[in-house]
Design a protein around this ligand. Structure first.
Ligand SMILES: [Cu+2]
Length: 304
């Protein structure tokens, strides 16, 4: 197994592998470096960005990191549009959006991807807020995502989908737009990188050394009260759904599970292909299901 080559992940990214990682992804991007500079002990990479609606011009990202970093509202002629640029703080919200195809018409044909035709993620700019919902589409191609109450601040809403028609048929797309939730938007510093996190009594230990721009195996081991957990239930066709957002610019990455699903017997070990397009700190959101309840664990991972 490839796991034998894994080294324990800790806050020890500042090695020569960091440089290798940057070179490998051809990055050297202002965005990546800007975020990386936020790693200083006292610096908070999130604070300077809190007040601006769009910390990074999305077009910049296209030159630096793969186009599927999700920071643009359009790609290859597909465009995410929404009438909702502001949402009410502290109240459940309906976020409406449409994807227009290269022919200018709303896209209505979507392929199933991880059992759904559309995945929506709403993330607050300091990565304290995370929502993952599956919207409903009207016949005209308008999607409505029901969001739980949002804290004041700037949020980025990502739409992840696979067109089932047109030139982009079969291609993974992640497009996003920002939304302002008015009010006092105090930023919370990103938690330090950690090798494990606990949610609802479940401890998730993460192993794997991640370098930007290349694919690496990442292993998550689930325990509860020190015992291996083996009753994970399938969620979206897998035992754990893992998304990651880059601290600073909120670049998106989807970590693909490699664990086969076989009934309600998932765990304790889950493996992923981790491909993070930029160096720096990433906030991982790991969702899994036990006893019919969905859990969401969060953890900061540093990519060299
Ligand atoms: Cu989803």
């Amino acid at each position: 197994m490839r796991t034998s080559r894994l080294t324990f992940l800790a806050a020890t990214a500042a090695t020569c592998t960091l440089l290798l990682g940057l070179t490998a992804c051809g990055s050297g991007s202002p965005a990546a470096e800007g975020a990386a500079h936020g790693h200083g002990p006292a610096a908070s990479p999130t604070t300077p960005n809190m007040s601006s609606a769009s910390p990074m011009p999305s077009m910049d990202g296209m030159h630096d990191v793969p186009a599927d970093n999700g920071l643009s509202a359009d790609r290859d002629g597909y465009r995410l549009t929404s009438p909702d640029t502001r949402l009410t703080p502290g109240a459940a919200a309906a976020y409406r959006f449409t994807v227009t195809a290269p022919d200018g018409r709303p896209l209505t044909a979507y392929a199933l991807d991880q059992t759904r035709r559309m995945h929506v993620y709403a993330v607050r700019s300091d990565l304290t807020g995370f929502q993952h919902v599956h919207p409903a589409m009207a016949g005209d191609g308008t999607w409505t995502a029901r969001l739980a109450p949002l804290a004041s601040g700037t949020w980025r809403v990502f739409a992840s989908f696979v067109p089932d028609a047109g030139p982009g048929k079969g291609t993974d797309f992640v497009l996003s737009r920002t939304v302002t939730v008015p009010g006092d938007a105090g930023a919370v510093p990103l938690p330090a990188p950690a090798a494990s996190t606990t949610v609802d009594g479940y401890t998730m230990a993460v192993k794997g050394q991640v370098m930007a721009g290349t694919t690496h195996p990442l292993t998550v081991t689930v325990t509860r009260n020190g015992r291996s957990v083996t009753d994970l239930q399938p969620y979206l066709g897998t035992y754990a759904h893992l998304t990651a957002f880059h601290s600073g610019d909120l670049a998106f990455a989807h970590l693909h599970p490699t664990t086969a699903v076989h009934g309600d017997h998932g765990g304790p070990e889950l493996t992923f292909h981790a491909e993070l397009p930029a160096a720096g700190d990433w906030r991982l959101f790991l969702q899994f299901r036990t006893g019919g309840t969905l859990h969401t664990a969060a953890l900061t991972l540093r990519a060299g």
